[in-house]
Design a protein around this ligand. Structure first.
Ligand code: A5A
Ligand code: ZN
Length: 478
């Protein structure tokens, strides 16, 4: 056992970067040894969490979206149609230039995102008022030649789990409502993952290339930096004009449609792992845990009865839809605890001869380590309640941590002092030049204007001193 513990040593979470990288491997999330920069391999265990996470997303979207799939390859002329969009992405695009040894007549882009793949088809599909709203989404891989430091799940060159929704509406206002709805969906999605996120409107210079405006949701990582874990963009009719997406309005006029798009990637899993994990490894919320409970038979000499009781318990729990595993390997209990704690299994159930005599089992929670003896008769309900408690506990801990790490600053010096600790709430006059100067002065970005628009009537812009028109969040970001 000593040897096993040695090979599976996780740095303390305090050293976040090393902890994160080790945990991906030890927790069986990703193998980071693939020989292409920015590409990583899902272990089946990690992939199973990914599937559960994206099923929540599908559940939320399927109420009024349809899932689809578009091609990976985009012809150069389509890709080059929208000027702002090209400017934003041209340095990040991978190009396919050859078929075998023959140069292609038309170069093909690997989608960095799919506006220019989808909208030429929307031009064909959208005819009349009756076709709107149109709401489609796909979950695909996308490619971005990122030049910043790549990191598994966080900054990828091949994003494997890019969920992008693309909607078309009759009016600008309808599209604005859809952007709000997208953010509402993302807040709910992240709540199901027990992750609190902050929604904010990005400053104009940080919006999606080709959009009227962008609203993003950010999560606070353990090192005090924020991670943008979702964005919703109001595209106005910018793309509609470029791709000629028009509909016949009730008066028989052809008019341009309005569009939105919104996306989430496996950064959602990066946040999940980073926010809930601890010094012992992963902590996975029950809803998305591939194994929700692991039964450990505590075996001495007479083991038949205990093993049979474990099998029965497994069947009983599985019949209720709970994902259960028995670890009957010949490792010592301590080594088994260690392994399943590393993989974040929410609940451990220990069952030995003494428990059996009392017709009970021992439950041990992964999130807070609490142990309790529970009668086998009522165990299904107890397990269910415990899962609900774990979910609540993870969310309230993460929410408290987020609240405790938002610091208010009214001067540039104070912002600089608070930034290393977490997110800074401050103020801004709303002038572009002044905002850019402020970013320069503090060495960090304006994250955005909180969507709930807290009042700043009695506040001044810390950069220029004039009356503030916006409350802002400032943060160091991934
Ligand atoms: N078409 C829209 C939806 C779009 O592409 N938006 S986006 O560029 O903002 O990307 C959507 C989300 O994908 C981002 O909010 C971010 O969470 C994630 N993302 C972007 N680039 C990424 C990368 N290189 N690796 C991992 N996730 C990334
Ligand atoms: Zn100012």
């Amino acid at each position: 056992m000593a040897q096993q513990e040695k090979e599976a040593s996780l740095p303390p979470k305090e050293n976040f970067s090393e902890w994160y990288n080790e945990l991906l491997q030890l927790g069986r999330i990703m193998d980071v040894r693939y020989p292409v920069k920015g590409s990583y391999v899902w272990f089946p265990f990690g992939y199973s969490i990914r599937q559960n996470v994206y099923n929540i997303m599908r559940n939320l979207l399927d109420k009024d979206h349809d899932e689809t799939q578009f091609p990976l390859l985009i012809p150069e002329p389509e890709f080059m149609k929208e000027a702002e969009h090209i400017k934003g992405f041209e340095d990040e695009v991978y190009w396919v230039t050859h078929g075998g040894t023959s140069p292609l007549d038309v170069k093909l882009a690997l989608r960095p995102t799919s506006e220019t793949a989808i909208y030429p088809m929307y031009k064909l599909w959208v005819r009349s008022h009756a076709d709107l709203p149109l709401r489609l989404y796909q979950i695909v891989n996308t490619f971005r030649y990122e030049t910043k430091h790549t990191r598994p799940l966080i900054r990828l060159r091949e994003i494997t789990s890019f969920k992008e929704a693309h909607t078309v509406h009759a009016t600008w206002d309808d599209a604005a409502k859809q952007v709000d709805e997208a953010i509402r969906i993302y807040l709910e999605f992240y709540k199901r993952l027990a992750i609190p996120v902050l929604p904010s409107k990005r400053p104009d210079w940080d919006k999606f290339p080709g959009a009227d405006y962008t609203i993003a949701v950010d999560a606070l990582m353990p090192d005090g930096k924020t991670l943008q874990v979702g964005t919703a963009h109001h595209l106005g009719n910018n793309f509609a004009k470029t791709f000629e997406i028009t509909y016949e309005d009730p008066d028989g006029e052809q008019v341009y449609a309005f569009q939105t798009c919104y996306g989430v990637s496996e950064r959602s899993l990066a946040a999940l792992i980073s926010i809930h994990g601890d010094d012992k490894g992963l902590v996975i919320p029950p809803e998305v845990a591939p194994i929700q409970a692991v039964i450990i038979p505590i075996i001495f000499k007479e083991s038949e009865d205990v093993l049979r009781a474990c099998d029965e318990l497994k069947e009983k729990l599985e019949a209720e839809g709970i994902r259960v595993k028995i670890d009957a390997s010949d490792k010592r209990p301590g080594a088994k605890y260690y392994r399943w704690e590393m993989q974040g299994v929410p609940l451990r159930i220990e069952l030995g001869p003494r428990d059996l005599k009392n017709n009970a089992a021992m439950l041990a929670r992964r999130d807070n380590g609490e142990k309790s003896s529970v009668p086998l008769d009522g165990i299904v309900e107890e397990v269910r309640n415990t899962f609900a408690d774990i979910q609540e506990n993870l969310y309230s801990n993460a929410s408290k941590n987020l609240e405790d790490n938002i610091y208010e600053s009214e001067t540039i010096d104070s912002i600089k002092e608070n930034l290393p600790k977490g997110i800074v709430k401050s103020y801004w006059c709303g002038e572009r030049e002044c905002g850019l100067e402020m970013e320069e002065a503090i060495g960090a970005g304006i994250l955005g204007i909180p969507t709930d628009q807290p009042s700043c009537d009695d506040k001044n812009c810390p950069m220029c001193g004039s009356q503030a028109t916006n409350t802002i969040y400032v943060a160091r970001t991934y």
